[in-house]
Design a protein around this ligand. Structure first.
Ligand SMILES: Nc1ncnc2c1ncn2[C@@H]1O[C@H](COP(=O)(O)OP(=O)(O)OP(=O)(O)O)[C@@H](O)[C@H]1O
Ligand SMILES: O=P(O)(O)O[C@H]1[C@H](OP(=O)(O)O)[C@@H](OP(=O)(O)O)[C@@H](O)[C@@H](O)[C@@H]1OP(=O)(O)O
Ligand SMILES: [Mg+2]
Ligand SMILES: [Mg+2]
Length: 349
C-alpha cells in the first residue's frame, strides 16, 4: 500500500514566506511525507486544498472568517494555531497578562514582567496620578502589536518633557537595565530553544540627565543577511553573557504554551541587572522568525510529523470505536476546535 502523504497549506505574508519557506524545509518535509503548499490568499481558502493542516500568520476579520468556513467544511483539519488564541498577542497588555498568571516554583530564579501602564489618550498621558507607580526611564510601545512597522516603533523616554511626542494608545513600561543582551526563546510545540541577541544598552545615570527621548525599532531583529553564528556572537559581544538556566526557561515556555494554547511563538526575556536571578518577559510574538533558529528545518518538520501522524492515529482509532478518553493520550499538542491543548509531554531544549 502506498504511504499516506499529508499536505499543509501555508498562508503567510510575502516577507514571512520568503524567510520561512526555504527549499531546505520543503525538501526535508517532503522526504518525510509532508507537502507544504502555498495558499492563494486572493482566493477563498475553503475552495482550496485538500489540506490536513493550515499554517498561518495573517491578520484581520476576513481571514478569521475564512478559517472558520474552512474548518466547518473540513472538521478534521488542524488549524495552527487557533485565531482566537493568537489574538491575545495582538495587544501588549493581554500579551503579558498570561505571564503574571503563571505559577512556577524555582528555588533559585524568579520571573515576572516590568511595571507598566496603558495610556489610551493624551489627557491621561499628562495626568501625574497615572504615573505614580512608574519610574523613568520608560519605554513607550504601541498598544497594538499587529505586525505593522508602526507597531514596532518604540521610544525610550527619560523624563516628562518628552511626553508630548508620544501618540496613545501606548503601553509605558519601565526600562530595566539588563546588560544589553536579550534572550529569545523559540517554541515549536514541545521544542524550546533559547538564543542570545543584542538588545538596548544599559542606561547610565549620566545619560538619564542629558537625553529626553530616543526612538528605535526592532533592535533585536536580525536583518535577512545576518546569521546567528559565532561571528555574530563575537561582533555583538554576546559570548560572555551567561544563558538563563535551561530547565527554568523550559518551565516558563511550557507554562506559557499551555496557558495560551499556542504551539508557534517566541518570547523575549531580559535578566534584571539589579538581581542576577530575576528574569522579565517583555514581549511574546506569534510565529516568529524561525528560519533564524539553528536547525529550524528539522525542528519544524519533526513538529509537523508529530501533529499529522498523531492525528492520523487518533482518527484511525476513533474509527475502531475507542473511547475519547483513551485517544486523548495519543493526541498531539495541537489546538483543537475549541482551542483546548490535548497533550503535555517533556519539552526538549
Ligand atoms: N522593559 C524593557 N526594559 C529594557 N529593554 C526593553 C524593555 N522592553 C523592550 N526592551 C528592548 O526593546 C526591544 C523591543 O521591545 P519589544 O520586544 O517589546 O518590541 P517588538 O517590536 O515587539 O519586538 P519584536 O521584534 O521581538 O517583535 C527589546 O528587544 C529590548 O531590546
Ligand atoms: O512575522 P514577521 O516576518 O512579520 O516578523 C516577525 C519577526 O520575524 P522575521 O524574522 O520573520 O522578521 C520576529 O523576529 P524574531 O523575534 O524571531 O527575531 C519578531 O520580530 C516578530 O515580532 C515579527 O512579527 P510581527 O510582530 O511583526 O508580527
Ligand atoms: Mg521583542
Ligand atoms: Mg514583538
Amino acid at each position: 500500500m502506498a504511504e499516506k502523504r499529508f499536505s499543509i497549506g501555508y498562508a503567510l505574508a510575502p516577507k514571512k514566506q520568503n524567510s520561512f519557506i526555504r527549499d531546505s524545509l520543503l525538501t526535508l518535509a517532503k522526504s518525510r511525507g509532508v507537502d507544504l503548499i502555498r495558499v492563494d490568499t486572493d482566493r477563498n481558502l475553503a475552495d482550496q486544498g485538500p489540506f490536513d493542516c493550515i499554517l498561518h500568520k495573517l491578520y484581520g476579520f476576513d481571514w478569521k472568517q475564512q478559517l472558520q468556513q474552512f474548518k466547518s467544511h473540513n472538521p478534521n483539519a488542524t488549524i495552527l494555531d487557533s485565531p482566537e488564541a493568537i489574538e491575545r498577542l495582538h495587544n501588549r497588555i493581554s500579551m503579558l497578562q498570561v505571564v503574571s498568571e503563571l505559577k512556577i516554583e524555582d528555588p533559585n530564579e524568579t520571573f515576572g514582567i516590568p511595571k507598566q501602564i496603558v495610556i489610551y489618550d493624551k489627557e491621561t498621558l499628562f495626568d501625574e496620578q497615572a504615573w505614580e507607580t512608574l519610574k523613568f526611564p520608560v519605554i513607550a510601545k504601541p498598544l497594538v502589536a499587529d505586525g505593522s512597522a508602526k507597531s514596532h516603533k518604540m521610544a525610550l523616554v527619560f523624563n516628562c518633557d518628552a511626553l508630548n511626542k508620544l501618540k496613545p494608545p501606548i503601553v509605558l513600561q519601565e526600562f530595566v537595565n539588563h546588560g544589553g543582551v536579550i534572550f529569545k526563546v523559540y517554541v515549536v510545540g514541545e521544542h524550546v530553544q533559547c538564543v542570545k541577541r543584542k538588545s538596548l544598552p544599559d542606561v547610565s545615570e549620566e545619560k538619564k540627565s542629558v537625553e529626553d527621548l530616543l526612538s528605535f525599532s526592532q533592535v533585536s531583529n536580525l536583518a535577512n543577511h545576518e546569521k546567528i553564528d559565532d561571528k555574530y556572537y563575537k561582533l555583538m559581544h554576546l559570548d560572555d553573557t551567561e544563558m538563563p538556566p535551561q530547565s527554568f526557561i523550559v518551565d516558563i515556555a511550557r507554562g506559557l504554551r499551555q496557558a495560551m494554547k499556542l504551539n508557534l511563538f517566541n518570547f523575549d526575556v531580559i535578566r534584571d541587572a539589579r538581581y542576577g536571578n530575576r528574569y522579565l518577559i517583555i514581549d511574546i510574538n506569534y510565529f516568529p522568525g524561525y528560519a533564524k533558529m539553528p536547525g529550524y528545518e528539522t525542528v519544524l518538520t519533526d513538529f509537523f510529523c508529530d501533529i499529522l501522524y498523531n492525528k492520523q492515529q487518533l482518527e484511525g482509532e476513533e474509527g475502531k470505536g475507542e473511547s475519547h478518553h483513551d485517544l486523548k493520550k495519543v493526541a498531539s499538542n495541537t489546538c483543537s476546535d475549541d482551542g483546548e491543548t490535548e497533550k503535555e509531554e517533556s519539552v526538549e531544549v
